[in-house]
Each structure stands twice: as C-alpha cells, then as structure tokens.
Design a protein around this ligand. Structure first.
Ligand code: NAD
Length: 347
C-alpha cells in the first residue's frame, strides 16, 4: 500500500512510519515539523525506497490537495495534532486550529481526491485519536467504544471534535473511515516534555521528579510500538465506519509508575547514595486533571485478534535503556527554544 501518514515526525507517527516502511509499504510522511516534530525520529527509514517526506501544515488546504494529487495514496493515517495537554491549557488556540480545522482540511482534501479518483475500492481515512475524549473514570469501569464523549481539557475537546467530524464525513459523504482511540503511549522517541521522559531525564540530572497532586491519577499505559502495530492492523482489517479502542490493560497510578522507573534506574544506573525515588516531589495539580483512564480493548482483541506484546514492566525497562543509549537525541530536543516542562501548572 501507499500510505499517507500525517504527523509522521512525532512520537507515535514516527513509530508508525518506521513499522510501515519496515513491512514494505510505501509511505508519504506529511508533517509541519512543529516544536514536537523531529526528523531524527526517522533516521532508520532515511533513504528507504518508497519513503517520501513532505513538510506541509494540515491547516494549508491547497498544499494538502497538492500532496494528494502528486502522491495518490491508497490510504490515509491521520496523526498530526497538537498533543500536549499542559500546552493546551496555556494556549488552546493552536489546538483548535490544528486538531479541528486541520482535520476538517484533511477530510475535505481526502474526499475531493477520493471522489476525483472514482471512489477507489480500498481507500480509507484512518483517524487516530485518544481515550481522553471519554473524560474521566471513577475507581471502577473502563472506556468502551460506546462510552459517551465527555472531554475535560482543551486538548481532549479538540480531539473529540475531530472524531465527530470524521464520523460525520462517513455518514454524510460516505467517505470510508475508521477511528481508533488509544490510551497513554510511552517508549523510544517520546518528547522530553512528557511524564516518562521527564522522570528519566530529571532523575539522571539529579533534579526533582515532579508528580501532579498526590500521584493517584491512573493511566492505562501502552508501549508505542504495540500501538503502531495495532494501527496497521486496523488499517488492514478494521471495518469501515467502526471505531476501535486500543489499550495495554496496564493500569498504573502516576506515583507507582514513577517508583517503577526509579527502581529500574536504580538497577541500571545506580546512584552513589540512595535511590532515585528520593528525588520525587509533588507539585500543584493540573487544572481539570482526569482521575483515571482505562480502556476496554475487547473489540480489537475479539474482532481483529490484537494484543499488546509487552507488559508495562518490560516496556519501561526497554524505554529506560533507550534513553540511556540515546543522549544525543534528547539533549538536542532539550536545547530547542521554547521546550519547557509541566506548563499546565502555570495556569
Ligand atoms: P506528537 O506531538 O509527538 O506529534 C505530533 C506531530 O504532528 C509532530 O510531528 C508535529 O510536527 C505534527 N504536527 C502538529 N501540528 C501540525 C500541523 N498543523 N500540520 C502538520 N503536522 C503537524 O504527538 P503524538 O504523541 O505522536 O500523538 C500522535 C497522535 O496520536 C495525535 O493525534 C494524538 O492525539 C494521538 N494520541 C496520542 C497519545 C499519546 O499518548 N501520545 C495517545 C492516544 C492518541
């Protein structure tokens, strides 16, 4: 297949690009290279036959039309988005422009191309979204595909809006679409502003390990390469018009997650005195911080036969190894202008 992947220079998008190219697909990677985009994530596929990069902003409809006309993709995987909840609290406008208006542009460009090409069999617009559209859970229960949407942050509200547009383009115009809503990802190439890299890098630098509130917020962690595998499976076998929740069935509170990371670091890179856990510090909570997310992955498991390949303990150990081995990658990003940490607490 020739796959047009948007946001392919980001954390998850680059994992999808690497996997798709590795499996022999042609890939057109469309990315605006915002602060979160990083071409170094694509070093393993640089120069691979069938791989092309287009520096394009999804807010620019004319450029999207050009890319569709020039590359004539068989299918689309739409991941480009503003993705950091803390940044959405401080600057929601960009999230509305990229996640909502940008997705609208993608849908219209895809529809124009699909209609113009005679509605080819097999064309698909795969929209990649988040479990955060469902809002927050109490101590029990899990998000299924029929859980009502109740987003709480500007980020999740903008993603929820984009999901609704995708559904509407299917119902109204017949555009073949599929949606996926995934839990929190972690793994190699995770941008150093997000919780897990912040903890690893602050620990190594002897800095405090900031945890929001009392650390009781629960997330359902999924190794990014397992997510990429699930996305390609949905692309190939998912039912048109359907949505699939993707989760690792690895629920963990933020405090337990950080303690696990500290224990892994204590073993792999022991300190002279004490444990990295001594650096844990609790900071003012993020406004509107969802208490718990948990995914019910029954549909993707039973209909498509997908399961994650690693446990959270295995995935975190692989992730720590990767950060220990790839100092040049994260140091360059830390040195980038405007890259900060934990912006949400400023609000
Ligand atoms: P990311 O921030 O690491 O990457 C986003 C990419 O999109 C970057 O390369 C950036 O340059 C690009 N981009 C941003 N605005 C753009 C624009 N206007 N035009 C073109 N490109 C633009 O994000 P991520 O964590 O890889 O997330 C990818 C997708 O997966 C997002 O849609 C996100 O909502 C979704 N998702 C993420 C998670 C997670 O845990 N990270 C979980 C579930 C779903």
């Amino acid at each position: 297949m020739k796959i047009l992947i948007t946001g392919g220079a980001g954390f998850i998008g680059s994992a999808v690009v690497r996997l798709a190219v590795g499996r022999g697909h042609d890939v057109v990677n469309l990315d605006a290279l915002t602060y979160a985009g990083c071409l170094e994530n694509l070093a393993p596929v640089k120069g691979a036959p069938g791989y092309a990069f287009e520096k394009v902003d999804i807010r620019d409809r004319a450029e999207l039309d050009r890319v569709f006309a020039e590359h004539r993709p068989d299918v689309v995987m739409h991941l480009a988005a503003e993705s950091h909840v803390d940044r959405s609290i401080d600057s929601p406008g960009t999230f509305i422009e990229t996640n909502i208006n940008g997705t609208y542009n993608m849908l219209e460009a895809a529809r124009a191309y699909w209609v113009g090409a005679g509605r080819p069999e097999g064309f698909l617009f795969h929209h990649i979204s988040t479990d955060e559209v469902y809002g927050t859970l109490g101590a029990t229960g899990r998000f299924s595909e029929i859980t009502p949407y109740a987003p709480n942050s500007p980020y999740s509200a903008s993603k929820a809006a984009s999901d609704h547009l995708v559904r509407a383009w299917h119902e109204t115009y017949g555009l073949p679409v599929v949606l996926t809503n995934c839990s929190n990802n972690y793994g190699p190439y995770h941008f150093p502003e997000k919780l897990i890299p912040v903890v690893i890098l602050n620990a190594l630098a002897g800095k405090q390990l900031p945890i929001y509130g009392d650390g009781s917020n629960v997330r359902d962690w999924l190794y990014v390469e397992d997510h990429a595998d699930a996305l390609l499976l949905v692309l190939e076998k998912g039912k048109i018009g359907r949505s699939y929740n993707i989760g690792g069935e690895n629920e963990c509170s933020n405090l337990d997650l950080v303690k696990t990371l500290c224990a892994i670091l204590d073993e792999k890179r022991p300190k002279n005195d004490g444990s990295y856990a001594d650096q844990i510090s609790f900071v003012t909570d993020r406004p509107g911080h969802d208490a718990r997310y948990a995914i019910d992955p029954t549909r993707i498991r039973e209909e498509l036969g997908w399961r994650p390949s690693v446990t959270v303990e295995e995935g975190l150990a692989k992730t720590v190894d990767w950060y220990l081995d790839n100092t040049d990658w994260w140091q360059a990003l830390l040195d980038r202008a405007g890259v900060g940490t934990r912006l949400g607490k400023a609000s």
